[in-house]
Write a new protein. Structure first.
Length: 383
């Protein structure tokens, strides 16, 4: 009987690098302003988790996940224990071809997709580096040189939201997400949408987002009150059935966010008639491997996509931008310049907003190079 291969033997047989170390850091990201959302949720300073997969050839793959507290079943302090559970599958493994290795992780540790998301991103980074190609080349090839951005407006007083939207519009932005529900009453949400629409004028895309914080009656009353204002609604309620009922009662298009987390949920939303647009977020799906499959399904369904992540900085943003750049631009609704909302930047040389657009990174792999001095000493090292 032949025993397990040594790392050197694995390297010689595959011709690919071998992962020799996993390092993990936790970095507090402070938003440029506190984001207020429905049901008392806020986003001010949030921990992002950065990982590095280092190989025996000197290549390093980077990953990131940044769960917002009280937003989804995910939390930053859960990442390290989850990765400790699967470290024995990663150390000594061939990183090239992420889906094969991710299948082993899924079989060993069920769920915890947010933690696995960071690993999957790092594996794709390494795979593209080994190929000597930008990551978008492995995700379908670059279809867009620049990607449209939206600007998220915090849920505060209606006049202040209108001011924020006007300022963003001066920078060239033509797509606006107005956060709703922070005050709890439907009349103020109506005023928020009306004031923002008046501030930006007719034409720009405007959608009101409750982040699951509204009940069916609240969302329906708001939708009916603004049905002549050319707005879209985003994720008002906690179930797809309720979101579909709001769409039917108001006649307004619907964007699904929190409840889109795998291909089955996309198909359910499509069957209910409420999948006019969708937010495809890396940490909800478990990384680029699963998000690419969701992207392809949306291409088949004809669904407009916002391709992004829940929160984060340059690594997560770069991964999303590569997938968006490799997607038919007719179905890319927008992307988000995540690192433009927070400080510090993990890679100050990474892409930034240019007017209403942002470009995908260049160079092999993700094309981002986090500042190790900024990261400091790893919180966790597994080898």
């Amino acid at each position: 009987m032949t025993g397990p291969m040594s790392r050197t033997e694995a390297r010689s047989r595959s011709g690919n690098p071998v992962i020799r170390r996993l390092s993990l850091w936790t970095v507090p990201l402070t938003s440029h302003e506190t984001y207020h959302m429905a049901a008392g949720k806020t986003c001010a300073t949030v921990d992002t988790v950065v990982i590095a997969l280092e190989t025996d050839t000197g290549l390093t793959g980077w990953g990131e996940v940044c769960p917002i507290p009280h937003y989804l079943p995910a939390y930053a302090n859960g990442v390290a224990p989850a990765l400790q559970e699967v470290a024995h599958l990663l150390i000594g493994a061939d990183p090239v071809g992420p889906e094969a290795l991710m299948a082993k992780l899924d079989a060993w540790l069920m769920g915890h997709v947010y933690a696995k998301s960071a690993v999957d991103i790092a594996l794709w980074d390494l795979t593209a580096q080994v190929a000597g190609l930008p990551l978008y080349a492995l995700l379908g090839g670059k279809r867009s040189d620049q990607l449209p951005l939206y600007h998220s407006v915090t849920s505060v007083a209606p006049d202040e939201m209108a001011r924020i939207a006007r300022e963003a519009q001066k920078q060239g932005v033509t797509q606006f997400q107005a956060k709703l529900g922070a005050s709890g009453d439907w009349q103020t949400d109506v005023e928020r949408l009306v004031k923002v629409r008046e501030a930006i004028g007719e034409g720009p895309l405007l959608y009101g987002d409750w982040n699951c914080g509204a009940d069916r009656l609240h969302a329906t009353r708001v939708g009916r009150a603004v049905c002549d204002r050319d707005v879209m609604l985003e994720q008002p309620c906690r179930t797809l059935d309720e979101c579909a009922a709001v769409r039917s009662a108001t006649g307004l298009p619907m964007k699904i966010d929190e409840l889109a987390h795998d291909t089955a949920s996309l198909l359910e939303a499509q069957a209910l008639g409420c999948l006019d647009a969708v937010a495809l977020k890396l940490s909800k799906f478990g990384g680029l491997s699963a998000l690419r499959r969701a992207r392809d399904l949306c291409l088949h369904l004809g669904t407009k996509m916002c391709i992004e992540d829940t929160w984060g900085s340059d690594i997560a943003m770069a991964a999303a931008l590569h997938l968006a750049a490799a997607t038919d631009p007719r179905l890319v609704l927008n992307v988000c310049d995540l690192s433009g909302y927070v400080a510090p930047r993990l890679d100050p040389t990474a892409p930034t907003r240019i007017g209403a657009f942002i470009c995908p990174p260049q160079g092999p792999g993700l094309g981002v190079y986090p500042d190790r001095d900024l990261l400091g000493t790893p919180q966790l090292v597994l080898d």
